[in-house]
Write a protein that binds this ligand. Sequence first.
Ligand code: MG
Length: 318
Amino acid sequence: MGEFELIRRYFLPLAGRQESGSLILGPGDDCAIQRIPAGRDLVFSVDALVEGVHFPRNYRPDYLGWRALAAAASDLAAMGADPECFTLALTLPAVDEQWLEDFSMGLRKASEAFGLELAGGDTTSGPLTLSLQVHGTVEQGAGIRRSGARPGDLIAVSGTLGDAGAALDYLSEPAPSADMLAVLERYHHPWPRLDLAGAIRQYATAAVDISDGLLADLGHILSASGVGARIESARMPLSPALVRLKGEKALDCALRSGDDYELCLCFSRENWERAPESLKRQLTVIGFVDAEPGLYLDGVDCSLEAVPAGFDHFRSEL
Ligand SMILES: [Mg+2]
C-alpha cells in the first residue's frame, strides 16, 4: 500500500468532521490552513513518542492512538486552551493493515472525545515513533503560564493521582483484579482535563499537567515562578483502588509516577474564594506557594526530586 492510499484509508476519516472549528483547510494540500478568530491567541505544542521509551513495545495500537492524542491534548488543558486541531507524523517499521486499522480507531475516538480535528500529517518508515502537534486557542492574553505562581497562592490538583503509574506493574497481569483493571484504564485511556480549561483560565495563576509525576511537574511551576512550595501528603487525593493495591506505597505513586494527565494549579486566595463550586469540587488543595525556595513535603525538603527531569526519557525503557 502506498502512502497516499494509507492516509486515505486510515487517516482522512479523522479530518473535516467539525463544523465550527477554526480549521478551514485540512489534509490533502501542501499545508493546512487554520483561521485564528479575532481576539484569540494560537496555543500549540508538539510531542514525540518513541516505542520502548514513551510506551511499551508491542503496545495495543488502539490504546496507543488514544494515549498519544490524550497526552498532547493535556498540554492544551494546562494552558487553559480550547482544542482545535492536530497534525500527526507517523514513523512505522512496516505497513501492517490491522495495526493501522486499530491505531486509527483509537486515535479517532480520542479526536472525537477531545474535539481535535486532524489537520494533516506525514508517514515514513523507521522505528515506531509518533509526533503529534496540537493546536488550541485562547482569548488573547488568557493562556495560563507556569510562571504565574506567587507566594501565598494555594496549590491544587485535579482528580486523583498515581493510578496510571501503578498500572505499569499490571500491564502483563494475566488475570487482573477489578482494582487492577481500574488503574489500568487510567493508564490506557487517560482523560486530559480539557473540561477544566475554561474555568482555570479565569481563576488559576499557574498551571502544569502532570505527565512526569507531581513533584517533578510542580517543580516546573516553582522554577518558572521563582518560588517554593509546602505540600502535605495527607491531603493527596488517592483513588480507593490505588490504596487497596499499593497500601503505603500509594502515596509514592501519586508523588512520583507520571501519565495521570491531571492538572496541578495555583490560585490566589481571592481567586479561590471567587471560583465556582463546580470547579472546586474537582480539585483538592494540597498546599501553598511559599516565598522561600524549595519543595517541602510534610516539612521535608524534596527539591532534588522536583528538578525538571526532561532528559530522563533518554534513560527510561519500558
Ligand atoms: Mg505538559
